[in-house]
Design a protein around this ligand. Sequence first.
Ligand code: ADP
Length: 196
Amino acid sequence: MKIALLSHKGGVGKTTTAVNLAAYLSERGSALLVDGDSNRSALHWIERGDMPFKAVSEKAAPKFWSQFEHVIVDTGARPDTADLKDLASICDLLVVVSSADALSLDVLSPTIQTLQSIGARRFKILLTQVSPISRAGDEALSEIIEAGWPVFKNYIRRYAAHGKAALEGRIVRDVNDPHSTDAWSDVQAIGAELLK
Ligand code: ADP
């Protein structure tokens, strides 16, 4: 499966999710992570450790694209309409990453409109950095479902383990943190929805 993660707001957890999902997918077939972000944050993360998948820059991606069963593209911030058209034509699914706070949900609407206007039919919203202790995630999910937009039924909760994983160059499952298993179970749930 070839997917691209995109967001119209920085800091929502796009790269964090892309790296962990690449690890999840690499357990189910060969996986390639494409870092489309100009600051190369996914590549820097991966350089700090030893990952079970290959990672390349966007420029190098065409050489490897068809060699891998699973490809995850971590797109640059705020892709323009032309970028979205390109991604829609080469990916099975565009994953629109959003945090569950009102500010992010406000920017979802124009993003979805842009995707609809270019005829992208296969896209799905993924909520990240959801509070593990409030109902904010479920409320945001209901709001999105009411709007009639496709959304992952599971979401990625906010745990410090994710920040530690990036610092240590690991995937979240492998950090020494009381919530690393919870954090990894979120990734697994999203991965299972992807492959369903
Ligand atoms: P983006 O790629 O959308 O700019 P990042 O993945 O780089 O966002 O994450 C931005 C910051 O938020 C980083 O410090 C990262 O560790 C943190 N972060 C991302 N996802 C989570 C999460 N689920 N829980 C806790 N912190 C997170």
